[in-house]
Design a protein around this ligand. Structure first.
Ligand code: GLC
Length: 579
């Protein structure tokens, strides 16, 4: 979660670069596909998107007021990180009531209004569902901790220690140190994969499972179009409570993590097979709302394509969209790795829909790929991989105007407890949660001019913001809008299958998209700081044309006219239709 390189967010005012070629007609197959296939989903961190009441914290009415902007961007759905009542220790991921809205974000009526207004614009709302744990202030936990005999005792994971002052085993919290917290009153320990204030639910208890399926029903009835399932791989733990293995370096020494603890292999607390039963059940509940196409998205940090494939289940009976962290979190511009992983996700997930993602509220923004010189163009390359690849695309608010990771500079300013525990090695996640940059005005248009915003407005707001970039042909915002428009309207980019091209090229990542009717589009991205040339021979793919019609290219680039003379500037992009 550490911020890496920074990028200069100055918006280049270069020559107009957008292709003006007529677009293919709307894909014919679109109506028969579920809405989420090939869709564009926008993640909103509600605290930071738009404040409507001047308290310095974003809220639901703020989001509603920005729906026209989201419509102009072309997003199909919004994923809201948790807005339920919460003590906000983990900014909403510690829920104290699953069936309501935290007053600082608004009311259930505000939420209904948001859903209705979004629907008018054909935008769907996706809720974050936190199933692994609750807040320690949730009434369920308060009952559970009240005595060993309480009927809700077994709703959480309580165990005896190994001996006086010793937790049951070596398991660690993702947020640092032991995952066990001692309760002096009942003289047992409870397990928390995340913060102490986020006790894990016991998913082996049928009453817990039922309660959570009821939560799912509650929000579907309220009109949501899907869920992003938080930390879904961590629901189950080894019932025998065996220690996890310690990860060692090549010399056999334990690897130490940012919190100063030995790194564990996560084998007893993550990705246990039982999670698949839960996914199937969540799916069944969703499918019982016939005709709604409620989508299940998973936060799936898994380490192989086989594990990712398993998340889909069979015939979409588990997650439809497990997040593919394999592509977006390569974290360096390694052309071979990008090619391999994009190919895997095309060929090794049983034809399911990939869900690509580059950043979110837990990770530094896309400027982590920057080299400090060409960041603007590197940003274009990443956005092109995201939107011009087959699949559903998920992106994080503010990326579309080039917002950069802005971590706190002093420990005293840190809001995210991860940063407080991990400082200075891990400064936490505040850097990627700063307020949305709407304009160069006071508080970047996020809140009223005199409000004290919950996190500071980054200096980049003066040049990287919606107002300054809107209608500027060379802006990042325009680049996003054009890519999203092409993804929706060009048949090959919308539904076409994908083949990686020139697979031995060490510099240029290129691929072909072919629509069911044979329409073909090539995409080429220069992954280096030097100009590169490339050429394509597409006959073996059944593509006969030799000429190219420009759809999109980096500002200042020369449009190629044929498949054999494509020239790309440093980190340049070219997207063209084969004629
Ligand atoms: C997920 C969320 C993260 C949260 C954690 C615990 O990883 O994305 O923000 O802190 O789960 O709920």
């Amino acid at each position: 979660m550490k911020a890496l390189a920074r990028w200069c967010a100055v918006v280049a005012l270069g020559a107009a670069m957008l292709g003006t070629a007529a677009l293919a007609q709307s894909p014919a197959s679109a109506s028969s596909r579920p809405w989420w296939k090939g869709a564009v989903i926008y993640e909103i961190y509600p605290r930071s998107f738009q404040d409507s009441n001047g308290d310095g914290v974003g809220d639901i009415n703020g989001i509603t007021s920005r729906l026209d902007y989201l419509k102009s961007l072309g997003v199909d759905a919004i994923w809201l990180t948790p807005i339920y009542p919460s003590p906000q220790v983990d900014f909403g991921y510690d829920i104290s009531n699953y069936d309501s809205i935290d007053p600082q974000y608004g009311t259930l009526q505000d939420f209904d209004h948001l859903v209705a207004e979004a629907k008018k614009r054909n935008i769907r709302i996706i809720m974050d569902l936190v199933l692994n744990h609750t807040s320690d202030k949730h009434p369920w936990f308060q009952e559970s901790e009240s005595s060993r005999n309480n009927p809700k005792r077994d709703w959480y994971i309580w165990r005896d220690g190994k001996g006086p002052g010793q937790p049951p085993n070596n398991w660690q919290s993702v947020f640092g140190h032991s995952a066990w917290q001692y309760d002096a009153k009942t003289k047992q320990w409870y397990y928390h994969k995340f913060y102490i204030q986020q006790p894990d639910l016991n998913w082996r208890n049928p009453a817990v499972r039922k309660a959570m399926y009821d939560v799912e029903r509650f929000w579907i009835r309220r009109g949501v179009a899907g869920f992003r399932l938080d930390a879904i791989t961590t629901l189950y733990e080894d019932p025998k409570l065996r220690d996890e293995g310690i990860v060692r370096d090549t010399s056999g020494k334990p690897v130490i993590n940012a919190f100063g603890d030995p790194k564990l292999d996560d084998t007893r607390t993550n990705n246990l097979p039982q999670i698949h039963d839960v996914l199937r059940q969540l799916r069944k509940v969703a499918d019982s709302y016939v005709g709604r196409h409620v989508v299940l998205i998973g936060e799936t940090y898994v380490s192989s394509i086989a594990d990712l494939r398993a998340m889909y289940g069979s015939h979409e009976d588990e997650l439809e969209l497990p997040m593919d962290m394999q592509v977006g979190f390569i974290n360096k511009l390694d052309v071979n790795l990008f090619r391999r992983r994009l190919n895997e996700v095309e060929t090794d997930i049983d034809g399911n829909e990939p869900l690509l993602i580059f950043d979110n509220h837990d990770n530094p923004r896309w400027d982590r790929y920057g080299d400090g010189v060409h960041n603007q163009d590197i940003g274009r390359v990443l956005a092109t991989v995201l939107f011009a690849s087959r699949g559903t695309a998920l992106f994080y608010y503010g990326d579309e105007v080039g917002m950069v990771t802005t971590p706190p500079t002093r420990k005293a300013d840190v809001r995210d407890p991860v940063g407080i525990v991990g400082w200075p090695k891990d400064k936490g996640r505040d850097g990627e949660r700063t307020p949305m940059q709407w304009s160069a005005g006071a508080n970047a248009g996020f809140s009223s001019p005199n409000a004290k915003t919950w996190l500071p407005i980054p200096p980049s707001y003066q040049t990287a913001n919606v107002a300054v970039e809107e209608d500027k042909p060379a802006s990042i915002l325009t680049w996003y809008k054009e890519l999203i428009r092409l993804k929706h309207t060009d048949a090959a980019l919308h539904t076409g299958r994908q083949v990686m091209l020139n697979v031995n090229d060490p510099n240029v990542l290129s691929w072909l998209r072919i629509a069911p009717d044979g329409e073909a589009v090539v995409v080429a991205c220069n992954f280096t700081a030097q100009p590169r040339k490339t050429s394509f021979d597409l006959e073996s793919y059944g593509v006969r044309g030799k000429q190219l019609e420009r759809l999109l290219e980096t500002p200042g680039a020369q449009a190629p006219s044929s498949l054999t003379d494509v020239e790309l500037p440093p980190f340049g992009v070219y997207v063209g239709r084969v004629k």
